[in-house]
Design a protein around this ligand. Sequence first.
Ligand code: SF4
Length: 398
Amino acid sequence: MSEHLYIHVPFCIKKCRYCDFYSKTDLSLIPDYVTALVREIRLRSRRSVLYPKGSAATVYFGGGTPSLLGPRHLEAILKALDNAFGLCRQTEITFEANPGTLDAIHLKGVQLKGFQGMGVNRVSLGMQSFDPAQLSLLGRIHSAEDAVHAVEKVRAAGIENISLDLIYGLPGQTGDHLIRELDAALDLMPAHLSCYMLTLEPGTALHAMYERGKFFPMAQPDQVDLFRTVAEYLSVRGWDHYEVSNFAEHTSLRSRHNSAYWQMVPYHGFGPAAHSYAVNSGTDGSAAYKRFWNVPDLNGYIRALNSGNLPGSGSEILTLEQRQMEYVMVGLRTAMGLDIRTGQNLWQNRFLTVFQRLMEHLENNGLARFQDSGKRFVLTLEGWMRLDSIIASFVERI
Ligand code: SF4
């Protein structure tokens, strides 16, 4: 089992103010999208010899709002994935859900039970906040009560592996307020928490408000203080802080799908705007590291597949330098850190020559430590609080 599959579901009832993910609010296109998606999965599996059957380790339905899909849609997609890759009980199948839509779905029937029956075994709920004022500022369509009920419904459907997303660092938020948010989340006994610092992305409604002087983001040092609050509060309670923004109740409950991204393992992305990463081996033993992506346009995506064409819109072969940069940027974000042997391979035995002094400097200043008898280099919490500048120090030596 080694394949990691991402399905982008590009629909939302309403665009949240902070979000720059590709999605559309015209839900009438959902049936055409599902037909096209199933075609894409079939076409790509037929054209490639790279997909050994019975090998899907993870499937992640992200978006957008996957919980806008009906059970028949989900069944068709899972069947296509099963035919192409092979799903089994061990496959981690995560389904992102917006609490506002889960309620509507549930009221229509027993769809959640249906989802679980089809193999969905992990639900990630976009809760974001328990504070009505913050939910309103973020432009969320649900209340805190909706979110609490959504957890109950997911659990009632037999899915215990529940992840909650929280956003912090909104203007005026204090440490005490954030702790109340964390307590409210912990009361729901999730298996996993993703706590994201609010960032201002160009093209979003929040960014436009900022440009018009209607939104004043929290200063970065204050956001970093809140990051420390989250990390310390959850660590003291035994949570596994395994990536800058991600915490598992136990190491066995880490997101296997996202962990694969952070280990730079190949993955297949399906749906409009989805990215894929492949490593193709040449007959001479060489390898090509390729990233490719689908057209970020729902109508164009459906049109291409209706005509029997793949909806790709671009690709790049990663240079050695790009791979080195990604290795550093991604590795330093995780509790696994940088594996020295992998670094030596990637730098043709020059990793230690290039970075030893920097790594020692960071260690001497309490920002990092060597673990596993020097086999791995891992940032401490103090280091994660300076992550951007530490990454910049690594990148400038590449
Ligand atoms: S945050 Fe989620 S629900 Fe909101 S617009 Fe983005 S994808 Fe849609």
